[in-house]
Ligand binder design. Structure first.
Ligand code: AMP
Ligand code: MG
Length: 344
């Protein structure tokens, strides 16, 4: 009897597999940008190897352009040149740079400074920046000195794209939004070439259009936080999305522990000058575009689950999933209303 039942189950599985059309072919590749891996997938692209190589070069040129605009590692980037420029002298920035900085300043204002794109001196002091030497707790004097060189309200951006700082030494850091913007540029490039069903990512920033190779929405996994995070990490949740971006910020990929074992991560609370310390281990945002998702995930991570939840529900159309670290080392999930509706 058992054998017959097993055979029947097998038959059902085979016949339903036969009803599914075979997946469409995918053209995909990976590369490096902004200190991370990037990925492109195009469904049914119908490209020969030479055309794929040409498209790859085009995407890499677009990413190189974003780096020439917003990298704080390239000493000659637009951002680095602005950072070296004197105070109180308007500095003309490119259209892309103006868009991203305008968005960053808007996030700073609406989050009342939880998000702040001028924290470079603090990020370096805590050992997470391009000028960092050590990852250790800084002295109160060093902290106060670095904090005095920060503050988004010292920046103004005119309608014409003139960026001005009124504090000498103030530096812009677009690290919390540039990858998401890079993903937007990748998708725009693919769309301009007529591709409708695409996936583009840089590190934890993903944006998808159209359908996956099976003709349904793209299934994206949200991994469980882990200090030994790996690509094949167990999943906390899955979302099926199309024409949306997904971004995750967390404290488990870039952090150090002090002598007492306390964790210090790469996202700084501008109000204290120190790495964010609360029970949120990871926050994932789903928003219409990569820059918005990227900026919001960093903002919500700083705000924490209570303030962050209020912010996402009241001020945005985006969805968010907070993953909370509990005392026993397990995790609890806290979805916003729009996130819960997406996974129902
Ligand atoms: P993300 O990985 O997108 O959450 O961005 C983290 C990066 O944003 C850090 O590596 C810093 O460069 C920068 N950053 C850190 N704290 C803040 C903050 N409070 N507001 C804006 N950017 C920040
Ligand atoms: Mg971000």
């Amino acid at each position: 009897m058992k054998i017959v039942l097993a055979a029947a189950v097998l038959l059902t599985a085979v016949s339903s597999a036969q009803q599914l059309p075979p997946p469409l072919p995918v053209t995909a590749w990976q590369g490096r940008t902004m200190g991370s891996d990037y990925t492109v997938k195009i469904v049914d692209a119908k490209l020969d190897p030479a055309a794929t190589e040409g498209l790859k070069r085009e995407i890499e040129e677009v990413l190189a352009e974003v780096n020439r605009q917003m990298s704080n590692y390239l000493t000659d980037s637009e951002l680095s040149r602005f950072n070296r420029a004197p105070a109180n002298q308007p500095f003309k920035v490119s259209g892309d740079f103006a868009r991203v900085s305008r968005f960053a300043l808007e996030l700073s204002r609406t989050s009342q400074g939880a998000f702040d794109p001028t924290l470079g001196p603090l990020i370096n002091l805590w050992g997470f920046g391009e000028q960092s030497r050590k990852q250790e707790i800084p002295s109160p004097a060093a902290l106060a000195e670095a904090k005095a060189k920060t503050g988004w309200s010292h920046l103004t951006l005119s309608e014409e794209g003139m960026l001005t700082k009124d504090l000498p030494g103030l530096a812009l850091d677009l690290g919390a939004v540039a990858k998401g913007f890079g993903v937007d540029r990748m998708i725009a490039t693919l769309q301009a070439r007529g591709f409708k069903n695409c996936y583009a990512s840089i590190a934890g920033e993903v944006r998808v259009t159209g359908k996956n190779p099976r003709g349904t929405k793209w299934n994206l996994g949200i991994s469980l936080p882990s200090d030994n995070w790996r690509e094949d990490q167990p999943m906390a949740a899955q979302v099926a999305i199309s024409d949306r971006a997904l971004s995750t910020s967390g404290d488990y990929q870039k952090f150090f522990r002090d002598a007492s074992g306390r964790r210090h991560c790469h996202i700084i609370d501008a109000r204290t000058g120190s790495p964010v310390q609360h029970d949120v281990a990871g926050i994932t945002v789903v928003a219409p575009d990569g820059m918005t998702a990227d900026g919001l995930s960093t903002t919500l991570f700083v705000l924490g689950s209570v303030e962050g939840m209020k912010y996402i529900e009241a001020r945005t159309d985006a969805a968010a999933l907070f993953i909370i670290r509990q005392n026993d080392g397990t995790f609890r999930q806290l979805p916003s209303s729009r996130f819960a509706a997406m996974t129902r």
